[in-house]
Ligand binder design. Structure first.
Ligand code: F6R
Length: 366
């Protein structure tokens, strides 16, 4: 049940430090600082390309992992939403591999895209939560995300557990391809193993989102901005907000803003800026200042130092101080404020958080 929580979503958000720790220790050995994949895995060492596909939030976890596979394993990644990939005429080659990400393991489009790749002779891996699912049964390799049952329709803990699993896969791929040394592997494992504690640090201040939620509640439209791995996070923030609060929201790559979406900015459109301390920080903050110069009201998610560095005369609509984290893995931590913001906004609006209108937990029809 929900226990002391008002909604399953609140419970599942809070469970993340524990379930992510469980996922991580499934795939990595803390004392050795190594990643260990199941026996029947994917041989990343000599594939020419990795295809990743999924729907919704699972797709966004896949999109984040594209950055990881490229950086850590120098592996070319093709990624598309499953409802498109399944109908594309993809020139698959034998000896390629593909990963399909799905909480339920039953999503019709993802399953069809997986079958299509398998028929083309591609080795297919399923990154799933439900290990008795159709996708788990049919895949060549199964990577359980170990999130435990997710009841809330809006995916939260499955997302961060998908990320934890995909991070381990990217490290393993990097090692198999000779780009991740044993020293680097140990460092990366250490960074990952720190995440559950950092998640707890964020959750300790979760009540701040009750107030931040009141700031978004009156909005008709909300924009989310991020660069690098924070770009898919911007998409995830917008998806989460629209599905449970019914507020129209869009995520954009911060650098794409001036190519169109900045025309939407006025004092009525809150802009959520996701800016961890990484190589993109200054650029993202300068995009935020462009928004503010046009009357836009910004809510900044950044570290204490980042919030200080981003200061201008113009006050922010709101901010939340985030812990310092390995920039590569920041999405696992920034997922929390994104989820809490959507959750509290929806609670203030009085919508049915666990059962949003028109949505089903598992989409088994096309
Ligand atoms: C969003 C959400 C959906 C699912 C999508 C895929 O919060 O939950 O976008 O992520 O329907 O579902 P699975 O992962 O079961 O394939």
């Amino acid at each position: 049940g929900k226990g002391r929580h008002r909604h399953f979503m609140a419970k599942e958000i809070e469970e993340q430090p524990e379930v992510v720790a469980h996922t991580l220790t499934t795939y990595l050995n803390p004392s050795e600082g190594t990643v260990n994949l199941p026996e029947t895995g994917i041989d990343f060492s000599n594939i020419s390309r990795l295809t990743i596909s999924a729907c919704g939030t699972a797709y966004l976890a896949g999109l984040i992992s594209k950055y990881w596979f490229e950086t850590l394993a120098r592996l070319p990644v093709e990624i598309d939403i499953a409802s498109e990939l399944r109908y594309r005429d993809v020139p698959y080659q034998k000896g390629e591999a593909a990963l399909f990400v799905s909480q339920s393991g039953e999503t019709a489009d993802t399953l069809a895209a997986m079958r299509h790749a398998a028929e083309a002779g591609v080795t297919v891996g399923a990154v799933v939560n439900v290990t008795q699912s159709t996708m788990a049964r049919e895949a060549d390799a199964v990577f359980p995300i170990k999130a435990g049952p997710e009841i809330g329709v809006a995916s939260t803990k499955a997302f961060t557990c998908q990320l934890a699993t995909l991070a381990c896969l990217a490290i393993a791929a990097g090692r198999a391809r000779g780009y991740v040394t044993p020293e680097r592997e140990a460092e990366l494992c250490e960074s990952l193993l720190k995440l559950p504690r950092l998640m707890n640090d964020v959750l300790a201040h979760a009540e701040e989102f009750d107030r931040l939620g009141t700031l978004l509640q009156p909005a008709r439209d909300v924009l989310y901005l991020g660069r690098g791995v924070s770009f898919p996070m911007a998409l995830e923030g917008a998806l989460k907000l629209k599905e449970i609060s019914y507020i129209h929201a869009e995520g954009y790559a911060a650098g794409e803003l001036k190519h169109g979406p900045i025309a939407l900015v006025d004092e009525h459109v809150p802009v959520i800026v996701i800016a961890p301390r990484d190589a993109h920080f200054e650029k993202t903050v300068s995009n935020m200042h462009e928004v503010m110069a046009r009357g836009g009201k910004c809510l900044l998610l950044a570290t204490e130092k980042g919030l200080e560095a981003a200061k201008t005369d113009e006050p922010l609509l709101g901010s939340f101080a985030m812990p310092d984290v390995d920039p590569l893995f920041s999405p696992l931590i920034y997922a929390l404020p994104i989820q809490l913001l959507a959750y509290h906004t929806a609670v203030h609006k009085g919508t049915d958080v666990d059962q949003p209108r028109n949505l089903a937990k598992s989409v088994t029809v096309e």
